[in-house]
Design a protein around this ligand. Structure first.
Ligand code: BTN
Length: 339
C-alpha cells in the first residue's frame, strides 16, 4: 500500500512537492527545502530521487536549486496529501493509494472495523470487483478514472443516511465544477450526469445498529479519461466521462485533490442548518424532480411524478391517484419531463 499516513504535513515527499508547487515554476535551493521541511539536505536528495523514480520531473540546477517541471498521471498518496493539506477538516486526514484491489469499499470497511479514523480515504488505480448500487458491476480500469472510498462516522440516525448521500452528491458536483468548470445534474438519489449520461456514481455502505451508525464506506467512482470506445458497448449510450464532456483529458491527481477538498467542505456543512443549503442546491441540480418516474424499490414499483425531497433526503412521489409515496432508495427510470 502506498500510504501517506504519518500525520498532516509530516511527510517529507508531500512537503517537498508542496514547497516546489508553491514556488510556481521557480527553483528552490536544497538548503531552503531542508530548512523549510526540517530535515537534513541529504534527506532532501534521497526524497527527490524517490519522487523522480515515480515520474515527477524535478530539475536541478547547481546555482538555483530544484524546480518541479511536470507531474505524472499517477495517484500518489504523498502528492494527494500535498495538494489537499493543510486545509483538511475530516475528509483526507489520511490518504492511501492501492495499485489494484477488489473494491475500495471493502478496504475502507476493514479499516473501519480496525478503528481507523473518520476521514480516511482509499484510492485504487484499478478495481477488479468494483461494485455499484443494486449489486451492479462498476468497471474500474487503471488510468481512466478515480475510484475511491471514504470512511465516515456521521452523527446521524441510520434512517437519515440519505442526507449523507445527498451531501456527497452535492459535494461531488461542486468538486467537478471547481476542477473542470463542467456542470453536472443529479439523478436521484446520487448519480451524476453530464448531458444526460452518467459520469459518476456513489455507493453508500453502512454498518449500523437500530439507532446508531457505526461507520459508512462512501464509495465514489468517476469516469475521468475514458474515450467513448473505452466503455463496453453496453454502456456507450448511457455513460460519459469528464474527458468526453470537455474534449480533453484531465490530470487525475489535481482533480482528486479538488474533489476531496469540496467533499470535505460540504461534509462540514451537513450538520445543522447547513443541510438546508445543500438540499436547495441538490434540488436545483436534480433532473429527477418534476419528472414522471418509475422507481423499483424492493419488490414494488412506484410510479408517479417526483415532487420534492423531504428533510431526510427521501424522494416524495405523487401517484396518479394523488397519494404521496416517500422513497428512500431504489432504481429510478425517468420518463419525459412534465410540462
Ligand atoms: C453506482 O452508481 O452504482 C455507484 C458506483 C460506485 C463505484 C465506486 S468506485 C469506488 C468504490 N468501490 C466500489 O467497489 N464501488 C465504489
Amino acid at each position: 500500500m502506498n500510504g501517506s499516513t504519518d500525520g498532516p504535513g509530516q511527510n517529507v515527499n508531500a512537503a517537498i512537492l508542496r514547497t516546489l508547487r508553491e514556488a510556481s515554476g521557480s527553483s528552490v535551493s536544497g538548503a531552503e527545502l531542508a530548512l523549510r521541511i526540517g530535515v537534513p539536505r541529504a534527506a532532501v536528495w534521497t526524497h527527490i530521487d524517490e519522487l523522480r523514480e515515480l515520474g515527477y520531473d524535478i530539475q536541478a540546477s547547481p546555482h538555483l536549486g530544484y524546480q518541479l517541471v511536470s507531474v505524472p498521471d499517477i495517484l500518489n498518496a504523498d502528492d494527494l496529501q500535498s495538494l489537499t493539506q493543510p486545509a483538511v477538516r475530516v475528509i483526507g486526514r489520511e490518504i492511501r493509494v492501492l495499485h489494484e484491489t477488489k473494491s475500495t469499499n471493502d478496504i475502507v470497511g476493514a479499516l473501519a472495523r480496525n478503528g481507523s479514523p473518520e476521514g480516511c480515504v482509499v484510492f485504487a488505480e484499478s478495481q477488479t470487483h468494483g461494485r455499484g448500487r443494486l449489486s451492479r458491476k462498476w468497471i474500474s480500469p487503471a488510468g481512466k478514472g478515480l475510484w475511491f472510498s471514504i470512511l465516515l462516522r456521521p452523527r446521524l440516525p441510520p434512517q437519515s443516511v440519505t442526507r449523507l448521500t445527498i451531501t456527497a452528491a452535492v459535494g461531488l458536483a461542486r468538486g467537478i465544477r471547481r476542477a473542470t468548470g463542467l456542470t453536472s445534474e443529479i439523478k436521484w438519489p446520487n448519480d451524476l450526469l453530464i448531458r444526460g449520461r452518467k459520469v459518476a456514481g456513489i455507493l453508500t455502505e453502512m454498518s449500523a445498529e437500530t439507532d446508531k451508525i457505526h461507520h459508512i464506506a462512501l464509495g465514489i467512482g468517476i469516469n475521468v479519461n475514458f474515450a467513448r470506445d473505452d466503455f463496453p458497448p453496453a454502456l456507450r449510450a448511457t455513460a460519459t466521462s469528464l474527458s468526453i464532456a470537455a474534449g480533453h483529458t484531465w490530470p487525475r491527481a489535481q482533480l482528486a485533490a479538488d474533489l476531496l477538498t469540496e467533499l470535505d467542505r460540504t461534509y462540514a456543512q451537513m450538520d445543522g442548518p447547513g443541510f438546508e443549503i445543500i438540499a436547495d442546491e441538490w434540488e436545483s441540480a436534480c433532473s429527477t424532480l418534476g419528472q414522471s418516474v418509475s422507481i423499483q424499490t424492493g419488490n414494488r414499483t412506484v410510479t408517479g411524478r417526483a415532487e420534492s425531497l423531504d428533510s431526510d433526503g427521501a424522494l416524495l412521489v405523487r401517484s396518479q391517484y394523488g397519494h404521496l409515496d416517500r422513497i428512500l432508495g431504489g432504481d429510478v427510470t425517468q420518463s419525459a419531463a412534465e410540462p
